[in-house]
Design a protein around this ligand. Structure first.
Ligand SMILES: [Zn+2]
Length: 97
């Protein structure tokens, strides 16, 4: 029996996420804004990750520090892993597995 597994992103487990969070210096993620074309680095706390039932509904979002636009981008398996490892808040959009 496996415990809570992040569905929709095979291979990513809660254990992986915790391992990445332990004793690591604050992680920053490079992001770009499609609106103002700004490029910047965001702390994990500035990002949100939403995991849906399918790849189409799995995305990450943030607010552009330059122009204030809310940006939403699709998150593939690798990105999901990266973000959860970095301590980004994860929202599960589907309640049933
Ligand atoms: Zn912007």
């Amino acid at each position: 029996m496996s415990e809570t597994t992040v569905s929709g992103a095979s291979g990513v487990t809660v254990a992986t996420a915790f391992a990445g969070m332990r004793g690591v210096a604050p992680v920053v993620f490079r992001a770009g804004c499609p609106d103002c074309r700004g490029r910047f680095e965001l702390a994990a706390s500035a990002l949100r990750l939403a995991i849906g039932a399918s790849h189409r509904t799995t995305f990450y979002s943030f607010t552009c520090p330059d122009c204030g636009a809310s940006v939403r981008k699709p998150a593939g398996e690798r990105i999901v892993e990266l973000l959860t490892d970095g301590g980004v808040r994860t929202l599960r959009l589907h309640s049933t597995v």
